[in-house]
Design a protein around this ligand. Sequence first.
Ligand code: F6P
Length: 467
Amino acid sequence: EENSCAIRFDWSKTHLDAAHVAAFEELARLTDFVGRRKALFAGDIVNPTEGRAAEHTAQRGVGKDESVRQAAEYHHRMAAIVEAIHRGAMGEVKHLIHIGIGGSALGPALAVSALARDGAMVHVHVISNIDGCALEQAFAACDPTKTMLAIASKTFTTIETMTNAESAIAWLRENGVEDAYGRVVALTAAPEKAIAWGVDETRILPFSESVGGRYSLWSSIGFPVAMALGWPDFAELLEGAAAMDRHFRDTDGVANLPLRAAFADQYYTRLRGCQTRAVFAYDERLALLPDYLQQLEMESNGKRVKVDGSPVGGPTAPITWGGVGTDAQHAVFQLLHQGTHLVPVDFIASIAPGHDLAPAHHHILLSNCFAQGAALMAGKASEDPARAYPGDRPSTTILLDEVSPATFGALIAFHEHRTFANAVLMGINPFDQFGVELGKEIAKQIESGGACFDPSTEALLKLAGIS
Ligand code: F6P
């Protein structure tokens, strides 16, 4: 399938035939896909459990006029700050420690490693884990006098991020930076909390409450990407995503790429009972893509009830997993070829290489990528059962012309819309994530002491010296 986003899709190795497509088009009609999509782009409340719109597309200039204008205003301010820092407004900045978690970390980490490999204007270190080993490693790589901090949190309350931020401030101070808070930029939808924490108002980059955490790369959460690449490349990333937004908004039926991908997802998960879906990027630059998609898809559609509260009935989001090619071939592909699970696979690759080494590298990389899809589909008979490949195993190949800010933006936006389309077809609200709250509450109870838990948990706490 060709489109204007410099990405090609080959779905011919899936089982989806004309009859399936017609049935899924009917399902899309029954679930009011067109109406739901219109509501998404209109900035209506598509996240009713939290009473919110989901306006990530407005960040790219596609959506409700007022939200597009607001996002452009925030971007204008962000561009001015990025460019001022590049010009030396905060002295020499060699390193940026970006502290955030989940949606406030995965997008920046992926985008920086995909697009800012060499010639980055600033070295970005994305730190998410509360485990001090993560932050300590970043400290070891940075010169404190030439390091700035970006504290990225939509809510500005996340315990991991706030604890890491405190430790990073302490590190700057211990290493002779007197005005440590003067080295901080806050990326948040809760500016008043950032101010209360100590960030100067002039260095707060806000974004709208209606941008979900896992959809927030395009907002000020993308600050480290703009710092590493420069503003023009960040703008190109937004425009690449916008091209996919327009395609998704304006294309009907199976010609709509994210919807078509969702048809295949629905077929494998709900009709064929596949519990997982695998993503293999045959590109070192996209090695973090499976991690990113895991949050996007599992946090969005890992639900058991519909928007109206009734049970979905049947499986919802598959477990997204994957890795990088060709490495994964030598580690986990055995199961794909001869195991008992049926795993739909997405192969993602770039026609243009991202390096200047001998062409053999890229030829071998792409040949292997295409060979795996062919082998999974064709299989191979053998007298010896241990050497037989059953074949008939599905894959989709997604080919980018090159890995550029624009194609990368379109690729991520494609997955956002695919996730939304899957949610519509199942009647799910993909924009809340209450499932993550219970564990947080229990962790708080443990921290504050006094509460009683099950014997297993009590024993673990005792062993670790926590109670
Ligand atoms: O706990 C899950 C979650 O709320 C994600 O949805 C979110 O991306 C992440 O935590 C970080 O939240 P925040 O940006 O508010 O720190």
